[in-house]
Design a protein. Sequence first.
Length: 189
Amino acid sequence: MSNIVAIVGRPNVGKSTFFNRLIGERQSIVDNISGVTRDRQYGASYWNGKNFTVVDTGGFVPHSDDVFEAAIREQVKIAVDEASVIIFLVDVTTGITDLDEEVANLLRRSKKPVFLVVNKVDNGQRLFEANEFWSLGFENTLFLSALTGSGSGEILDAVADHLSEDEQPKEDSLPRFAIVRRPNVASLP
Ligand SMILES: Nc1nc2c(ncn2[C@@H]2O[C@H](COP(=O)(O)OP(=O)(O)OP(=O)(O)O)[C@@H](O)[C@H]2O)c(=O)[nH]1
Ligand SMILES: [Mg+2]
């Protein structure tokens, strides 16, 4: 019953920026767990009554195109195996790259819901340009500026539709605080 949302995509498309935004919504009660391997990050998030774990994938190996592509492929495979929903992030400023095509081919075979999210759509001109990504053939194609947060609500609404309800009421999972204040001794007569 665990809700896992994995963010995959080639380097520099903004995966970590979006990840930080997703877990930053509730930063005070976020519990970051170290990844199973060094190149994966896990964080907790919450939307529309649903708690979920967000996975930020890495896979960047400098100075070796082959190893680098293999590492991304590996990350995508792990994400497809363990995630309930996959967010495939791409970058409008570069357009569709060969590596995007390769990731797309891997994800098309997945039975899990995949959302193609075109990032860095910071303005109207980029929104216009972002339409080229429809050609990758993903029914669920959405637009985002991870920098400003524009589009993130729509993406979360769509993603949350594929997640299961909490088993426990939300209140039970929140930490309880008591605000205790010491009298200001110095100001007493
Ligand atoms: N203009 C713009 N820049 C963005 C946006 N999102 C991310 N960036 C920038 O893109 C660069 C890469 O962002 P990251 O979040 O590190 O990308 P990544 O996909 O995690 O990269 P790797 O960890 O190397 O795979 C940074 O300079 C970000 O500030 C956005 O919505 N708009
Ligand atoms: Mg990153």
